[in-house]
Ligand binder design. Structure first.
Ligand code: ATP
Length: 364
């Protein structure tokens, strides 16, 4: 039994279906990130788990108990929001202790737990300060500490790092990941930041228009996106998604087809080749880092002309125009071609994804 179970969970606001028949399990000790574009229903899903929004249909179970009709305080959860509300006149120690006083925990136990949390979150130096005298990162850590001090069954985080600057976000990502793995509770984190989801999540649920498009580990979401939406949404720079026409199976697992109005032979894995058998059209997905530069045109290369160069530090993002679609290719900055140059690129074996006419992944 998972610690959090959502079954057919649906939320309608008038005619708008904000969350559409969502099924999701979050195990004890697991960190589940809800990831998706703005308005896809992440926050509404989280708010329904937390009891801040009633479900229109479906069931929410926490530790096996149906909680749909319970108030937030009765659900044994802790929530951390983007806009952390600390009590401005209370010190860090008092802010941390507040939920325990409310639960009538004994003074000695409160002192012990506050000290432990302060230690874990590196707040011991600031225990006597009020929030107005804390940095943003320290405030955020107090908010997290106040949520986890109660030892609930599960944690819900809504964009917990979105107010922090980039450097602090990076630092806090690591801290939150370590903290959650120590706590060993079911956690749900809403984020629109894919790096956050890929680094913190044990699994990621990618949402679009109220629906869950794929639930899988960060590696699987990245390496085997289940459909075109997930393929295009995860990964920067964005995956090239190219219309493939006139498919002709080649020798072994290779596939001949027309891409960008050019004939090419692609090396496929055997499961993808088997799945493509009998199809005449597919969408081919190749990440910008999934090509090698070739010195000349060949049966397994595509050609294009450089029309934009974007330096990214050690790497360079090169945009190529072809007769049809534009292609994005990432190269080592030392190997980046010049603006206007004719370039040949070879899709790398193992880096080629195919999607069928319904946008679904072909092969494993
Ligand atoms: P964001 O990343 O922008 O916060 P989200 O994925 O969390 O987006 P939700 O906030 O869950 O999305 O909203 C899902 C949809 O439901 C949106 O179209 C939103 O406008 C709508 N919505 C959310 N709350 C309400 C409400 N109280 N009344 C009416 N519509 C709402």
């Amino acid at each position: 039994m998972a610690d959090i179970e959502l079954r057919n969970l649906t939320k309608r606001f008038g005619d708008l279906v904000a969350v559409d028949s969502v099924d999701l399990d979050v195990e004890a000790g697991e960190v589940m990130c809800l990831l998706g574009p703005s308005g896809c229903g992440k926050t509404t899903t989280l708010r329904m788990i937390g009891g801040l929004e009633w479900a229109t249909e479906g069931d929410i179970f926490i530790s096996g108990k149906r909680v749909n009709d319970l108030k937030p305080a009765q659900r044994d959860i802790a929530m951390v929001f983007q806009f952390y509300a600390l009590y401005p006149s209370l010190t860090v120690a008092e802010n941390l202790a507040f939920p325990l006083h409310a639960e009538k925990v004994g003074e000695e136990e409160i002192e012990k737990r506050v000290a432990r949390i302060a230690n874990i979150l590196e707040l011991s130096h600031a225990m006597g300060r009020i929030p107005g005298r804390l940095s943003e990162g320290e405030k955020q850590r107090v908010a997290v500490g106040r949520a986890i001090i109660r030892n609930p069954t599960c944690f819900l985080f809504d964009e917990p790092l979105s107010r922090l600057d980039i450097a602090l976000r990076q630092e806090m990502r690591g801290q939150i990941k370590m903290l959650l793995s120590d706590l060993n509770k079911a956690s749900v984190i809403v984020t629109h930041d894919q790096i956050e989801a890929l680094t913190i999540g044990d699994r990621i649920a990618v949402m679009r228009d109220g629906l869950i498009e794929q639930v899988a580990s960060p590696h699987e979401i990245f390496a085997s996106p289940g459909n075109i939406f997930v393929a295009g949404f995860i990964g920067t720079p964005q995956m090239n998604l190219i219309a493939g026409r006139n498919l002709k199976p080649g020798d072994g697992d290779s596939l001949g087809l027309s891409l960008c109005n050019q004939d090419i032979v692609l090396p496929l894995t055997s499961d993808i080749a088997a799945g493509a058998a009998g199809k005449s059209e597919v969408t081919v997905g190749i990440r910008p880092r999934g090509f090698d530069l070739a010195s000349e045109s060949a049966a397994d290369t595509l050609s294009g002309k450089v029309d934009l160069i974007e330096p990214m530090g050690a790497e360079t993002l090169v945009h190529l125009t072809t007769d049809a679609e534009e292609l994005r290719v990432v190269t080592d900055h030392r190997a980046a071609p010049a603006f206007g140059a004719a370039v040949h690129i070879r899709p790398r074996a193992g880096q080629i994804h195919l999607f069928d006419e319904n946008g679904l992944r072909i092969g494993a």
